[in-house]
Design a binder for this molecule. Sequence first.
Ligand code: NIG
Ligand code: FE
Length: 425
Amino acid sequence: SQSAHTIRADTVIRNIGQLVTVAQSPLPGASGPLQVIDHALVSISQGRITWIGREGEEEPQFQSTTTEEDIAIIDAEGAVITPGFVDSHTHLVFAGDRAQEFHLRRAGTNYGELLARGQGILTTMNATRSADEETLLGLAQERLRSLSGYGTTTVEIKTGYGLNPESEEQCLHIINKLNATDTNTLPALKEVRVLPTFLGAHSVPPEYRERREAYIELVIEEMLPRFVGLARFCDVFCEREAFTLDESRRILTRAKELGYLLKLHADQLSPSGGSRLAAELGAVSADHLDYASDKDLDAMREAGVVATLLPGCSYTLRSPYPTARRFLDHGLHVALATDFNPGTSYCENMQMILGLAMSSMGMSLEEALTAATINGARALALQDEIGSIEVGKQCELALWSIQDYHEIGYHFGTNLVRTTLVKRQ
Ligand code: NIG
Ligand code: FE
């Protein structure tokens, strides 16, 4: 039995009412059942989980990782612990807001119309270009604190409001500064891991409006090679009002050659072909997918592309929610993310996203939790490191203020997460 073993630990979390974790099912589609351990204990050594199980008789002997220091004990006070949320799609670095446009849209103007008139993304581009680095960093830090307060422990952040080499580079620097796994991290942000994505192809900036080909070349010839090492992923907004299928293919093909992992804003406002392109190029995820066809979903499954659903957009744009069942029934790995941005989803709260997925997209609690944790990790190619509570994985947990995880999605509009529990080496 396990009790014969000695387990290394520098931290032990005791008195966990329910430890809820997701199975990393080898089969996509239907998520494995949740694993729930009552009266649980988790031990951690140097940022990695070393033991999970019931408190009491089955417990192993814990031996301090370091000889000088005692094992730190955290008392969960009988509450629920889950994996921290992995928010795999945000646009968190920007200045200004778009409240006016939100209310214009509410009164009938549509999102695509605003974009075509040079507003939307370009309104935020103007505000972002005019802000200095300190301001942008401060705003982003504030948002990260908020995200973390709702239980997110890993977040992907895209550029895409600079839209010229200098401003895009500045945003990438800011995103990298926010990363808790970097050594110079600000103490307040030590709980959040940040993954940077280059989204220079978010919109054609106004100075290139009459010569879009020159902007595509700027992205391919100058920005992509220059940002290698600053961004892990390259994303493109493949859409009628943004970049054509062919332009998207050219940009992403070059990005892939340079070693970026690929993501796509695909089939959000119209059937743009983006999800098929994601399959063709072996992207890690295709996101939105409101207009993806059954054949597109088949192609994504064959290529192992994660389907990331963003219900915050449907909520904000008042467009129909995609039916999650369709994606699950196609055998896809489905992830959920906030898409935090000032235009289509001004929301830092993954609990809200889970709630929407359950109330409006037909997902079960099990599916939604899986989508917001391990499948978010998969959408960042980090499924072997984070996203579930397993021995050997990194310790990124959410400690809830609830006694039973069935409260999630049911008790809504309030923050049910007490704190995140992140241990790094
Ligand atoms: O994911 N669709 C494109 N990009 C964002 C919106 C960005 C914006 O409106 O500022 C999205 O919805
Ligand atoms: Fe987005």
